[in-house]
Design a protein around this ligand. Structure first.
Ligand SMILES: [Zn+2]
Length: 216
């Protein structure tokens, strides 16, 4: 299947000017270089069967890696198709925020964070046939160790018990439970009214039938 792949690559200069601007924007109290770096949380929404990551561009900039490499890793790990659309990432299946975030964190742990000082100021180099993360802050090097992919079972189900997500209650079931539909999944949520958006925690998944409970 062919799908359009629009990728914006940041040049070194773009990155430097962005950093400079960010530095100037910082309040004085936050100017410490010791501030713990953290990955932006994915900001997602669902459009039909698709998951849209609205701030993919921010995540790419924060990680300072080739967006194509991040995209490739994420798609492989999630077992789904997808493409970059400007600063958004469009995934062609329903993926919860938790699952997506764990894949980004995984990417950063594998390809970005320095094993010695924990900073993200690293780049990838090749030593022979081995990919190595070299830290520009402390000079440490470590080989890239790619973890094994997801189990087939995990790839097949969009939802797992414990996942939290926001859904729109589109209907009311025969027993009075709210019903939300995402892709082929029907999600039952007791104690909610039609037309509301609620944050729920998944309790049980049976085929395409999902039971959830509202969380505060
Ligand atoms: Zn380091």
């Amino acid at each position: 299947m062919a799908w359009a792949r629009k990728v914006t690559l940041m040049t070194e200069t773009d990155y430097e000017s962005m950093l400079e601007r960010a530095r100037k924007n910082l309040p004085d109290t936050a100017q410490s270089s010791e501030d713990r770096w953290s990955l932006p949380e994915p900001d997602i929404m669902y459009e039909g069967k698709m998951t849209v990551v609205k701030n993919f561009g921010d995540i790419v900039e924060s990680v300072r890696r080739d967006s194509e490499q991040i995209l490739g890793h994420i798609l492989r790990e999630l077992g789904t198709a997808g493409s970059q659309d400007g600063r958004r990432l469009i995934l062609k299946s329903v993926i919860t925020k938790d699952k997506l975030q764990s894949k980004f964190v995984d990417y950063v742990d594998t390809f970005v964070i320095c094993g010695e000082c924990g900073k993200p100021d690293t780049h990838l180099i090749k030593e022979g046939r081995i990919q190595v993360v070299e830290c520009m802050a402390c000079g440490a090097k470590r080989p890239v160790k790619v973890k094994k992919g997801l189990k087939a079972q995990e790839k097949r189900n969009a939802f797992s018990p414990g996942d939290e997500l926001e859904v729109l209650i589109q209907d009311v079931g025969k027993l009075g439970d709210g019903v939300a539909k995402i892709d082929k999944y029907v999600i039952f949520v007791p104690g909610v009214t039609k037309g509301t958006r609620v944050k729920i925690r998944i309790e049980k998944v049976s085929g395409t039938t999902v039971m959830g409970r509202p969380v505060q």
